[in-house]
Design a protein around this ligand. Structure first.
Ligand SMILES: CC(C)(COP(=O)(O)OP(=O)(O)OC[C@H]1O[C@@H](n2cnc3c(N)ncnc32)[C@H](O)[C@@H]1OP(=O)(O)O)[C@@H](O)C(=O)NCCC(=O)NCCS
Length: 119
């Protein structure tokens, strides 16, 4: 497991965001990432992901590939992952249950990044 927490540099305490990866052999999976709604679009998510992926590459058994899944209806997360070079490699139909009764279920998009392409 690799878990990273971003803290407010002003007080060194307040949590701004966090991310969690699991890994086995050369493969990793991003399990979750979230940034405080008041602090979004300030580059914190990108910094967290970059730091987590760098940590995975530095493991004794260096991770070479990272997978994740994201709701198709989540443009913020998909935009973040695309910025780093993650590409769509699969789809799980109706993977996420409806947010409200009667609304449609959401597909999960599976994304993959070859860590050797990271700058
Ligand atoms: C997804 C999330 C972690 C992004 O964190 P963030 O700190 O706001 O992201 P960043 O500021 O680092 O954004 C980096 C890039 O991602 C993309 N991005 C981020 N938010 C976006 C949005 N709302 N719409 C479109 N693209 C977005 C942009 O390309 C952005 O670069 P730019 O600001 O220079 O255009 C945040 O929105 C969040 O916590 N969402 C709720 C939890 C969640 O959905 N987690 C993912 C589950 S799979």
């Amino acid at each position: 497991m690799v878990c990273l927490v971003a803290r407010d540099p002003l007080d060194g305490f307040t949590v701004q965001g966090l991310c969690v990866f699991q890994h086995a052999a050369q493969e990793a999976e991003l399990l979750m990432i979230a940034v405080d709604p008041m602090r979004r679009r300030q580059g914190i998510g990108l910094q967290l992901l970059k730091a987590g992926l760098a940590r995975l590459q530095a493991q004794a058994q260096a991770v070479s590939t990272c997978f994740l899944e994201v709701a198709e209806s989540n443009p913020a997360a998909r935009g973040l992952y695309q910025t780093l070079g993650f590409a769509d490699v699969g789809r799980r139909k109706a993977y996420y249950p409806p947010a409200t009764p009667g609304s449609p279920a959401d597909d999960a998009i599976i994304m993959r990044l070859d860590l050797s392409t990271l700058c």
